[in-house]
Design a binder for this molecule. Sequence first.
Ligand code: ATP
Ligand code: MG
Length: 381
Amino acid sequence: MDKTPVHILLVEDSPTDADLLRRIFLGFSNEESSLTQVDRLTTAIAQCHENSYDVVLLDLGLPDCDGIETVTEFRANVPTVPVIVLTMMDDDELALQVMACGAQDYLIKDQITGQLLMRSIRYAIEREQISQQLRNSERSVISALAQQKELNLLKSSFISMSSHEFRTPMTIIRTSVELLQKFEHELTEQKKNDYFKRIKAAISQITHLLDEVLLLGSSEAGGLSYKPEPLNLEKFCSELLEDLQFSDDNHHSIAMDYQGDYANAVMDSALLWHILNNLVSNAIKYSPQGGTVRFSLTCQSGNAIFQVQDQGIGIPLKDQTHLFETFYRCSNVGKIQGTGLGLAIAKKCVDLHRGDIQVTSELGKGTVFAVVLPMNPTDSQ
Ligand code: ATP
Ligand code: MG
């Protein structure tokens, strides 16, 4: 017989029955096993919330609950501890009923022997472990299905938008190449350069779109992961802003402000790059040339607070609740190009950091995005 210690809670109001069961149990179990007895259902539920038991032996007739309801009530409050029901009656129908209510076994009091009791306890523990495993795998199947559903949604919206988003740059490339071929000798160097520039811009637009879709696809499939590492936030942000300023050809000025102790952050630099790169790119893209984009980083109480502020076109109130949806673009974008994926990616990256992103905006006046991220994952546990 298996001699691993087991800890039993006996819920029995008859002192004689309780005493008999205790003797049977202790006679057959290992020395480190224990049996605690209570005589009411409410006390049993409270005990199970405070202590850990392997099995509960539950009498059906208690002063505060009677019959099948005892099992239902107990399982509703303590769903994970296996229950063996004890009763005076040898009644098959009752046996089926208690099993249907979640009991693992059913023992008739005057038929209990040491061996029978121990075997029933072992089986109850095993069956509960199997049910637990089943519940866990059911949960992972449900979450995989939900992920698959989201991925399918992304795929279908990608197909419907890609015909348009790809067709425009593809047409630019095709017509520019055709003109370059047809008028190779008539075109001035300046004109040829213009066409090459257009082709390059169209290619970057397609590459950017593909990069974003792939990134989002991998994050939907659980591929984008959180890998924190020590990071000097000021250096990281300054380099990122410098790169963006350079690719903007200095059409906007970027004002930076750093406050607090930003040297000792432990964050995921790849995720942070996606967040800040898109917020600052948006601030530049959606504000007029010559405008100022303000970037601030404040480190306080274990959080890094990033704010990106622009004086651009603003975001209509009705669009604000949809900003983080994939492919969503606001009604006022006009001819400004974009795919509507940047903020969806930024939001995923913020969520992976267990952070928060908020927007405040006034139409025609400007927008502020604020992101709060814990600076060190071990502090927030
Ligand atoms: P991309 O995928 O290339 O980033 P995008 O900029 O259009 O394309 P998002 O970054 O997801 O997509 O932004 C979604 C929409 O939110 C934008 O299309 C735009 O309408 C609006 N938006 C975002 N940031 C700003 C901002 N700073 N000012 C005004 N509108 C903004
Ligand atoms: Mg964007």
